[in-house]
Design a binder for this molecule. Structure first.
Ligand code: G6P
Ligand code: MG
Length: 216
């Protein structure tokens, strides 16, 4: 990529490992409803909004609920999740993230958060990265969830960057599809066997640097 204008980061699984907290909270809910929920099942919820995640969970358990009951269940899950993340601190930032953000700052490449989570601002505050981002787009400001590109398009717009000169970092299949639908260069954080369609893959942010992107 000859002209790198901006970088867009997913939060959960890219900046910080909150997937384990989401998983635990959903699993507890599933168990209360009388069925099990595996880590493989959880893969389907990554990058997916809270409401849509609940729908998938109920489908896995073959349980039917009214809209009102669903609201209560989603609130119950979120309460547990909020409790779990309340004790997070900067030690939970994933390896290589701080160095890469610092390199982007040194190179004057702006970066934004593009997350489906309504808890994103709280998490960023817990890990003391809230002020590091030039823009934040999260589950509170988007109407259409990933794989819709809205979250990344909004992020690029806020940074005044051309979509084709933006790089997205994503650990979820729905997020990779959202980044590609936005016309961006997408780096999958995880294995190419699980994540399909990214332009590049890393297992940790430690493998990433500006030079690697510019060479593409
Ligand atoms: C991220 C996570 C999903 C989660 C979604 C909504 O995309 O990867 O697992 O369901 O955010 O999070 P929230 O904090 O709003 O429930
Ligand atoms: Mg994610």
């Amino acid at each position: 990529m000859s002209k790198l204008e901006a970088v867009l980061f997913d939060l959960d699984g890219v900046i910080v490992d909150t997937a384990k907290h989401h998983y635990r909270a959903w699993k507890e809910l599933a168990n209360e409803l009388g069925f099990d929920f595996t880590e493989e099942d959880n893969e389907r919820l990554k990058g997916v909004s809270r409401v849509e995640s609940l729908n998938i969970l109920l489908e896995i358990g073959q349980v039917e609920k009214t809209e009102k009951e669903k609201e209560e269940l989603a609130a119950r899950k979120n309460q547990r999740y909020v409790e779990a993340i309340s004790t997070m601190d900067e030690s939970e930032i994933l390896p290589g993230v701080i160095d890469f953000l610092q390199e982007l700052k040194n190179e004057n490449v702006p970066f934004a958060l593009g997350s489906a989570s309504k808890n994103a601002p709280a998490i960023l505050k817990h890990i003391k990265l809230f002020d590091a981002f030039d823009a934040i787009v999260d589950g509170n400001s988007i109407a259409k969830a990933k794989p819709d590109p809205e979250v990344f398009l909004q992020g690029a717009d806020k940074l005044g960057a051309n979509y084709e000169n933006c790089v997205v970092f994503e650990d979820a299949q729905s997020g990779i599809e959202a980044g590609k639908a936005a016309g961006m260069y997408v780096v999958g954080v995880g294995s190419a066997d699980v994540l399909k369609g990214a332009d590049d893959y890393i297992t940790h942010m430690t493998e990433m640097n500006v030079e690697r992107i510019r060479r593409k």
